[in-house]
Design a protein around this ligand. Structure first.
Ligand SMILES: C[S@@+](CC[C@H](N)C(=O)[O-])C[C@H]1O[C@@H](n2cnc3c(N)ncnc32)[C@H](O)[C@@H]1O
Length: 238
């Protein structure tokens, strides 16, 4: 069965995975107002708060209670990994798949614990509109949503093309409005031949034409077979 999804899944990375994908060191975060958008069930806010950081996250799923999200998170990890492993074009060896699943569960546990105790740090909202003032944050991190959930024929995971180039440009303009620096990962195509996801280049051109400095920066992310085009987009004021 060919892998595709009909919705964006509630799936998150651990603290170490997040730092590696954004090519950040803990010291890069000190004293900065940080937004994780979308946060999903990743561990950035949980571990960031434990380290005394000023950090919050946005996700449409934060409309739901912790018990609902915990169950949804566990179900989505199990169902999506099963589907991924059933596609011969995508499947990983079992050890790799088990380790991946374990890290997702670890991130979910950290997230749920922080979501129960610091609910004010998790804001329900959806791109391309965020409920924040201009420049509300020094650093905005956006992982595993943009580019990844484009349609399968654009190297993404989705069976439909709702998150098209126009959506991506509007969403990134909004991230740039609220944050002085924005980092977006991944930029590779996740399905089909190894290549840059096709919205990356036109998106970078549009944001550069708005007057921002837009660069591809090597990511330290290591996962599965994704070793090529392993860069993040970094946007700063030029
Ligand atoms: C796979 S998670 C990414 C979590 C985390 N950033 C990471 O890298 O692990 C993607 C999230 O995007 C959220 N999402 C879906 N549509 C969205 C939208 N329009 N704006 C913001 N987030 C959205 C989903 O609810 C889901 O939690």
């Amino acid at each position: 069965m060919t892998f595709s999804l009909d919705h964006v899944i509630f799936f998150g990375r651990t603290w170490n995975e997040c730092l590696s994908m954004y090519a950040l060191d803990e010291r890069d975060l000190d004293g900065r107002r940080i937004l994780d958008c979308p946060g999903g069930p990743d561990a950035l806010v949980a571990d960031g708060l434990a380290r005394g950081l000023d950090i919050q996250a946005v996700d449409p799923q934060y409309a739901f209670e912790p018990d609902v999200l915990e169950e949804r998170g566990r179900t989505e990890i199990g169902d999506s990994m099963k589907k991924w492993q059933e596609d011969p074009a995508q499947a990983w060896d079992q050890k790799q798949a088990d380790e991946f699943t374990q890290r997702k569960l670890e991130a979910l546990d950290s997230f749920i614990s922080a979501y129960r105790s610091h609910r004010d740090r998790f804001i329900e909202a959806s791109l391309p509109e965020l409920p924040f003032e201009d420049d509300a944050f020094d650093l905005v991190l956006s992982g595993h949503f943009l580019f990844l959930y484009a349609s399968i024929d654009h190297g993404g995971l989705m069976s439909h093309g709702q998150l098209d180039l126009d959506f991506h440009v509007k969403a990134v303009r909004e991230l740039v409005r609220v944050g002085r620096e924005v980092r977006i990962f991944p930029t590779f195509a996740t399905t089909g031949p190894a290549r840059r996801q096709p919205y990356v280049e036109p998106l970078m051109e549009a944001i550069a034409a708005d007057g921002f400095q837009v660069d591809l920066v090597p990511s330290n992310w290591v996962e599965g077979n994704f070793t090529q085009f392993n860069d993040l987009i970094r946007i700063t004021r030029s």
